[in-house]
Design a protein around this ligand. Sequence first.
Ligand SMILES: [Zn+2]
Length: 222
Amino acid sequence: MAAPLVVDLSQKLEQDMQIYPGDTAFTCTPTASVEKDGYSVHSMTLGSHTGTHVDAPYHFFANGNQIDEIPLSTFIGQALVIDLTTKGAREIITWADLAPHSCRMHDGVIVLLHTGWSAHWKTPRYYDHPFVSREAAEGIMATGVRVLGVDTLSPDETLVDGTEGKFGFGTHQIILGCGGVIAENLTNLDAIMDKNAIVSLVPLNIRGCDGSPVRAFASVKV
Ligand SMILES: [Zn+2]
């Protein structure tokens, strides 16, 4: 049997990387070096939503599950990648766009919206991503799916000043309000389009936190 093909779905954590407006900048600074100390160690600063990451219900709900309270099995599942590359800047993704795929949506499936916007990572255009309507989020949750991943900064509209867009944070509220989780800043979704793939979005086990960076990947059956 051929070994499964592993596809990295993560953006690299690095100095001056793009973050959600107002979030903590990422740094990774040496505190010891092989030359001076005989070993190398780094100190890092980052936000809970830096790079490719997952949001826990606690991100929007004070009594929602924190990242360390969600079963690991939630973050691993069959991928359903939906092609939305025809969507333009700040265009809304509606339930009508997703409904044709709803027969493949059920509990345990991880729905990944492939807008192609990861191509704009590190550019101002990355903020102008398409976003998901509240009724589309309700439609996804009605199927039993509890994990939605996007190749954008947020499934809701992003304003560069960090404030709410005119549709607010409706998709965050619906998905996290149903006890679901959201993965953001995914990349390489085109590589698993129409493939039989298991996705892993496993977070760090951080007590009391609202989210966590992840090394998202897909294992593709070949
Ligand atoms: Zn987030």
